[in-house]
Design a protein around this ligand. Structure first.
Ligand code: NAG
Ligand code: NAG
Ligand code: ZN
Length: 463
């Protein structure tokens, strides 16, 4: 049995052990944490080994126009996405070691030529300190909650009581946060949020009622949210794009991505070349935060449970859903509790940290999709941004290059069949050649997520 509290504790400790760079300033900045935990059950003992193999923090997502056709920017730096990508790095390294005869604690040879599978007793669990953004964050309000005041109908109205000059920025941050400030306090039921500024000194407090919202908007091309007050504000069960600063993003919400990983696996198209079966998270553990098992079930499981006709190696594999009672010390709610007036505005931490258990450059800190600290120094000379030293090892281009080095390390006789075509060149080519994965995606797309934007080929032609 998995103990959710032990998993949460393990992940918080791993975070604590990381160096300070990129971590939030206590009491002023908050962030979100996600991790992939490898579980190993040994046949010869009752003990279960748990090891964090990848960890990510981050709250930001960059808009469409900043996206690069070179594949060298992280367009989505939500903790969940960072943690998954770090895990892919870790898995590439494990496979690299396996194909070079160095052994692996994860994979063993499968029966198809050039393919690998998980060792008996090994599985992967996903931890997140918070309810994923998007559909799972639309948490129903319980009927028992009293409604002494008319519900607040939008974040903007709430912001209207803020008399500081920072109003716009704050509004953006509110809508950028995963579970906006409102949602983060849902657990206590109707609560008073102290408005900062003069109105606070006057003792005027704001009653917040409908707090079960997400900043993520419905994907373009489908019906929009009804935006009625109370429970009629959002549609449920629909795909949503992540909120980003200013412009719209093309990145889907973390709820949507987790739902997708439960059908296609979290390994992605490239690693599917090497794997006989997709890799699924056995369990998703969420830290202490506003949480609804029903909303999680709807967002991560029900939306895809009817998908059929998947190719061999793929199956609808929903995770077990658990919640821990332990809260991340750098959550938004904890930060608000520890905040002191002299510290200035509470804000989401701009940096994203990735750590994964690989030998080369295990730690990576980025801001705005590039290496941390770079943007500030050379803001005016955009041209430098594409110099390789600034790329994160998690960006598509770097992951692709690690994958290519895995391919070169594989002896020709041990190459999987799907990689035996001479004409593969670009990232797009290698992804398309992953046939079963593409077939599975096709099924998922037409049966469950027809509005999921197809990736833009022009952005994936790098090599
Ligand atoms: C990383 O992996 C190695 C080899 O599997 C292991 O011995 C080590 O404890 C891991 N490090 C951390 C910090 O988990
Ligand atoms: C970044 O944008 C591309 C192109 O729209 C999209 O296909 C991809 O999924 C995005 N990356 C992430 C990590 O969301
Ligand atoms: Zn998210």
């Amino acid at each position: 049995m998995i103990n959710a509290d032990k998993i949460a504790q393990l992940c918080y400790e791993r975070f604590e052990q990381l160096p300070r760079r990129g971590k939030p300033e206590p009491g002023r900045e908050w962030t979100l944490l996600a991790a992939v935990v490898k579980i190993t059950r040994r046949a010869d003992s009752d003990t279960v080994e748990k090891e964090v193999v990848s960890l990510g923090t981050g709250t930001k997502c960059i808009g469409q126009t900043v996206m690069s056709p070179r594949g060298d920017v992280l367009n989505d730096s939500h903790a969940e996405v960072i943690a998954r990508r770090g895990c892919v790095r870790y898995l590439i390294q494990e496979l690299h070691s396996a194909v070079s005869g160095g052994g692996s604690s994860v994979f063993c040879l499968a029966d198809q030529r050039g393919k690998w599978r998980l060792q008996l007793g090994v599985s992967f669990l996903f931890f997140t300190s918070h309810t994923p953004c998007g559909d799972a964050s639309i948490i129903p309000m319980t009927d028992s909650q009293p409604q002494p005041c008319p519900p607040v109908t939008s974040v903007k109205e709430h912001e209207g009581t803020d008399v500081g000059g920072d109003r716009k920025r704050k509004a953006e941050e509110l809508s950028e946060g995963q579970n906006t400030k409102l949602a983060c306090l849902v657990e206590q039921g109707p609560i008073e949020i102290k408005a900062k500024g003069p109105s606070d000194r006057d003792g005027v407090h704001l009653q917040i009622q409908d707090i079960h919202r997400t900043g993520a908007k419905c994907v373009p091309g489908g019906p929009a949210d009804p935006l009625q007050s109370g429970a009629g504000y959002h549609s449920t069960g629909v795909l949503r794009v992540k909120p980003g600063r200013g412009e719209p993003t093309l990145s889907l919400s973390c709820s949507d991505k987790l739902a997708r990983w439960a059908v296609l696996g979290f390994q992605g198209a490239l690693l599917s070349h090497y794997l006989q079966e997709a890799l699924y998270f056995s369990t998703v553990v969420v830290g202490k935060c506003p949480y609804s098992k029903e909303a999680m079930q709807r967002a991560l499981v029900t939306r895809c449970s009817h998908v059929s006709h998947l190719p061999a190696g793929f199956s609808v594999s929903p995770p077990l859903l658990l919640q821990s009672r332990l809260e991340f010390p750098f959550s938004q709610a904890q930060t608000e509790l520890r905040h002191q007036a002299r510290q200035g505005c509470i804000s989401p931490c701009g940096a994203a940290i990735s750590w994964c258990n690989v030998t080369e450059q295990p730690l990576d800190v980025t801001a705005n999709g590039y290496k941390h600290g770079v943007i500030k120094k050379i803001k005016t000379s955009v041209i430098f941004l594409h110099v390789c030293v600034f790329r994160s090892p998690l960006c598509k281009l770097e992951l692709f290059h690690s994958f290519l080095s895995l391919v070169s390390a594989t002896s020709p006789s041990a190459l999987p069949d799907s990689l035996r075509k001479a004409e593969l060149q670009t990232y797009w080519d290698y992804k398309q050649a992953s046939q079963s994965y593409q077939q599975a995606w096709q099924q998922l797309h037409c049966q469950a997520f027809p509005l999921w934007p197809r990736s833009n080929r022009d952005l994936l032609l790098f090599s």
